[in-house]
Design a protein around this ligand. Structure first.
Ligand SMILES: [Zn+2]
Length: 344
């Protein structure tokens, strides 16, 4: 698989993605430590998911997607770049499903899967307030399907990249709970520990042979099942970290890494290794599920569009207009104050 990935580039991207530091941190007395930051699946994880998902596709799709694999990889993180500048974006990345359950209820029995039923029961304002990721995956699938139907290269690339992001998020346990960063249980920072730090340290060890994508007859159910499986991991994610913290020498839980001119506080490799060991492969499993899920939804959108011949779209790069739009997004993101953080 070596040729498929540009490991160096990934590592560079990782480093860049963690840079919430500013040169101001390096004062006259040298670099100052800052709090551990958190970073979604990490830009790293999202990019890896989209990239590997390309190889789950059937031959009829593989050529087009391989030709555009750099675009699909890079733009896996666009939805996160929009979070702070586009109203309505943030809630597409999660659902705080436990908000809806009281007295031991199963929230997945309380919240109707269909949007209209859920709106009727809870109002749209409430749904938007606590996150809409499963429904947004369906919206994006329909957009991608239409893009395939019209054979619009720009829109196929844009929506394929972006739906990969939302599917990735739906596979993260802490994207399904109000306690998304351990802030309710004294575990602030755990979001980034699980989906960024662990992934960045271990991603090269993971097994990415996930098999082929398959047709998904009910995309909404697929999205809900992803969320439900993620949510089933929340308790372990939190409990195991709490137990480990209690046992672990407190001065060894964090370490410092030089990033540019600043010293960043991160969970130590030893802590991460032990946490990952106790999670028993959970992070890798969720990542593999996300990869095959992304490939399956791309494939499903294409099938539902009538299996258009993508070979006629090869040698058609994304338009200058699309690249300009995405460049503007990047510039806006670079000037966003919350860059790279979600939870602190
Ligand atoms: Zn996200």
């Amino acid at each position: 698989m070596g040729n498929w990935f540009n490991w160096k580039k990934f590592n560079l991207t990782t480093f860049c993605s963690i840079l919430i530091l500013s040169s101001a941190l390096a004062g006259a007395n040298g670099p100052l430590p800052v709090k551990p930051n958190t970073h979604l699946w990490g830009f790293f994880g999202h990019k890896r998911i989209n990239r590997v998902a390309v190889f789950t596709l059937p031959p009829e799709m593989l050529g087009f997607f391989k030709e555009n694999i750099e675009f699909i990889t890079e733009h896996a993180v666009d939805p996160d770049k929009r979070r702070y500048s586009v109203e309505g974006e943030a809630q597409r990345h999660y659902i705080d499903i436990d908000h809806y359950a009281h007295n031991g209820q199963n929230p997945f029995e309380v919240v109707p899967r269909k949007w209209n039923d859920a709106v009727e029961k809870f109002t749209e304002d409430t749904l938007q307030a606590y996150g809409i990721v499963p429904w947004h995956i369906l919206v994006m699938k329909m957009r991608l399907q239409k893009a395939f139907e019209s054979k619009n290269v720009d829109l196929i690339l844009k929506y394929a990249s972006e739906i990969g992001h939302y599917i990735g998020d739906a596979h993260v346990p802490l994207h399904t709970t109000e306690n998304y960063n351990g802030q309710l249980t004294g575990q602030r920072g755990i979001h980034g520990l699980w989906e960024s730090r662990i992934v960045e340290i271990n991603a090269e060890e993971y097994d990415y042979f996930v098999g082929k994508g398959k047709y998904i007859s009910n995309v909404l159910n697929f999205a809900w099942e992803a969320v439900e499986a993620s949510n089933a991991g929340v308790d372990s994610v939190l409990t195991i970290e709490k137990e480990l913290t209690a046992e672990f020498p407190s001065d060894l839980k964090y370490s410092y890494e030089q990033r540019g001119q600043a010293l960043i506080q991160v969970y130590s490799k030893e802590f991460c290794d032990e946490y990952q060991r106790r999670l028993n492969g959970m992070v890798e499993r969720r990542m593999r599920e996300a990869i095959v899920g992304v490939g399956s939804i791309w494939y499903t959108a294409w099938v539902d569009a009538g299996q258009p011949d993508l070979s006629i779209l090869t040698n058609t790069p994304p338009s200058p207009e699309l690249l300009k739009e995405l460049q503007e997004l990047e510039e806006m993101y670079q000037h966003t104050e919350h860059k790279g953080t979600i939870c602190d």
